[in-house]
Design a binder for this molecule. Structure first.
Ligand code: HMG
Ligand code: MG
Length: 297
């Protein structure tokens, strides 16, 4: 029987949040719509965060109001606190995401509070979302390394992932924010977290800074993970993790999984066209090996 893997497209948020040049609202709207047309069942649309902290996400309300939403597709947005949640609710977000970290220093630099304080801030967001019928995804950053503290052990990730899951997040996305982890480390991480959170509720979110992301995805697949975050054309990075490169490219993930017998529902040709289109707008080469290979074929 064919096994399914869900790809959560995070390019319009994780990708564009780190762009030096500002990308206008109509381009963001078109990007999100193209990705949904390409078969992505979840397209992260933006972030309701402080525009002083992440200016590139400032118009997320306008973007979310303009996107023509497809039936059966979810459009999560990041909401670090109640102010963010109110913004997301005002644009009828179907899914919101809270984002914590496994490292204290990263938590402070990214959301200006400790890990414990962040969990307290997420509680009312999750409660309000539940009563409004809005789903909540939970992120844990720095699961395989921190730009400020170096190595991060699975023991630091487990309690944060468990707390988010126990509070009601339907899925916990484990983020290798700076893309340093290797397959063996990924395996050990998933095994440890799966002892506290059902593996069906785990997602892998790998940045490709050290070129390990696709190998890490396969290690996670072997451990039973069936949801992965990626960015079209490998867009992205993280504004609070200097040097972090983009997420693994969605085209590369879809190609590798599909050719190995996993159904993703993604239309690779449409995705490649979108990758070329957004790369041209950003004035750069696509950051996907698959797209580059197709272009030169
Ligand atoms: P703070 O300064 O501690 O917040 O920031 P505050 O509550 O003290 O408020 C200060 C000001 O911010 C006030 O405005 C608030 O109204 C405003 P003022 O009165 O000074 O004019 N404010 C907000 N404005 C808009 N939206 C909001 C909001 N909240 C307060 N939601 C805060 C705390 C969390 C807001 C800030 O640190 C922040 O916005 N951080 C965002 C960081 C971020 O977006 N990082 C990137 C996403 S995470 C990531 O990329 C990792 C991930 O991809 C996974 C991985 O790779 O590991 C998910
Ligand atoms: Mg990320």
């Amino acid at each position: 029987m064919t096994q399914h893997v869900t790809i959560v497209e995070v390019g319009p948020r994780d990708g564009l949040q780190n762009e030096k040049q500002s990308v206008d609202v109509s381009t963001k709207v078109e990007l999100i719509e193209r990705l949904a047309h390409a078969g992505m069942k979840s397209v992260e649309g933006g972030a309701f965060v402080s525009p002083k902290w992440v200016p590139q996400m400032a118009a997320s309300d306008e973007v979310m109001s303009k996107v023509k939403r497809e039936k059966g597709v979810s459009y999560p947005v990041l909401t670090p606190n109640m102010k963010g949640f109110e913004g997301a609710r005002a644009v009828n977000a179907d899914t919101v995401a809270v984002f914590g970290a496994a490292s204290e220093s990263f938590s402070q630099k990214n959301i200006n509070c400790s890990i414990e304080e962040s969990i307290e801030r997420f509680k009312p967001v999750i409660e309000a979302a539940k009563s409004d019928g809005i789903r909540v995804r939970g992120y844990v950053s720095c699961v395989l390394g921190c730009p400020y503290e170096g190595n991060v052990s699975p023991a630091a990730v487990v309690p944060v992932a468990k707390a988010l899951f126990d509070m009601g997040c339907y899925e916990i996305s484990l983020g290798d924010t700076i893309g340093v982890g290797t397959p063996e480390e990924t395996r050990a991480l998933i095994r440890a977290v799966a002892g506290a959170v059902p593996v069906r509720a785990l997602a892998g979110h790998f940045h490709d800074t050290y070129g390990q992301a696709l190998a890490n995805i396969w290690a996670a697949v072997d451990e039973g993970v069936r949801v992965f975050d990626s960015s079209v054309s490998g867009l992205g990075g993280c504004p609070y993790a200097k040097g972090a490169s983009g997420n693994v490219a969605s085209e590369d993930v879809a190609y590798s999984l599909e050719r190995s017998g996993f159904a993703t529902g993604v239309d690779l040709d449409a995705l490649i066209k979108t990758s070329i289109w957004i790369s041209e707008i950003l004035g750069r080469k696509p950051g996907s090996k698959v797209t580059l290979a197709r272009q030169s074929a």
